[in-house]
Design a protein around this ligand. Sequence first.
Ligand SMILES: Cc1cc2nc3c(=O)[nH]c(=O)nc-3n(C[C@H](O)[C@H](O)[C@H](O)COP(=O)(O)O)c2cc1C
Length: 418
Amino acid sequence: MTDLPLTGRARPDRTPHSLAEWRALGGYDAVERAFTIPPAQVLDAVDAAALNGRGGAGFPAARKWRFMPAPETSPGPRYLIVNGDEMEPGAFKDRFLLEALPHQVIEGALIAAHATHATEIIVLIRDDYRAAIAGLTRAIAEAQAAGYLNAMTMRVHPSAGRYIVGEETALIAALEGGRAMPRKRPPFPAQSGLWGRPTTVNNVETISLIPHILANGAQWFRALSHTEEGGTKLYGVSGRVRAPGLFEAAMGTTARELIDRAGGVSGSGRLLCFQPGGGASAFLGPEHLDVPMDFGHMAKAGAMLGTGTLIVLDDTACPVEVTARHMAFYARESCGWCVPCREGLPWAARILRALEDGSAQPEDLAALRDIAAEASPRGRSFCDLMGGAMAPLASLLARFPDLIDAHLHRGCPLKGAG
Ligand SMILES: Cc1cc2nc3c(=O)[nH]c(=O)nc-3n(C[C@H](O)[C@H](O)[C@H](O)COP(=O)(O)O)c2cc1C
């Protein structure tokens, strides 16, 4: 197998392989091997590989799997849900995996289901990803006809198209036919998930890495990384770069290296700041260009790796404008269940817009600071949508006070600069 486990077998034009072509590349070997070893041993391999979940929070995959109760203590249906809802602003990595490498997703899901004693696999895919939905459905039928699914049921569920559906408890509510609302945890899905049964939710990228750990070993996987967190990472680089795109690189690759791979900073060519983990991560500055981009190092730097979606701003791009656009998205996508989120995000979005167009007053700025202070701490809402929306706002207020002041009364001083 290749040293680029996620993308190494993809065709340049992203068209998926037939089952026969996938087999010729060594596909399903890891599944056959995994099925000959006990689930506990698969768990140990994933543990030793130091694989952190790629859905945003970076939670260790094996530790999550170990939360599932033993089948003897909880007989009956158990679920593995593969999360392909992907609506984070700037994120497009799962789309690539689902479209170009559907059999890799199936392989990983079969191994994860084996390790967690799941009886059914459901892949929830963002509704807009039509090619991914059709391609994975086709690939599942092929794998089933060839006998790779054994007794496992595996199906695709198109998501209703709201960002909140990606949050695991809201996702479960949506699969049950209800409105996609997050709920308080505990109970965690492993204790009481889909239809009240033990459930594991993993991201598409997390799942896609599993076959390679089984095929090549935990040590090989760890050695791919620059840091203690195993494997490679699919980084998306967008914003003010010359050649935006998706890059598979060692976990812990720096923003400097990734921006170079994306052709360098465009616009003025001078970096102002970047968001390392998509629209819901704080802004970091040029002083952070050499910090390894893994979950631990990004958290220590005051941001988060999230989905590994690097958004770059040159010094003619306005971070107030960028935050305003993100905030408008999160305000629209709030499910409205928790009051600070339902009320705070639209309010913040209106003030940011007013700053941009020059109609904001000093008291609006004071209100914006209040919202950031009240809504940022964890525990004020059932899910992390609000906390994520506040991260860029809080760092905007801390990092660019002069630029924000310059917006008062006059609007964006950078308008037309970039
Ligand atoms: C508002 C919100 C949206 C989310 N959207 C996604 C998503 O689209 N895909 C995803 O994998 N995880 C998403 N998550 C994280 C999931 O709740 C969950 O942690 C993840 O699917 C677990 O996968 P992992 O352990 O493999 O990282 C979202 C979380 C929040 C709070």
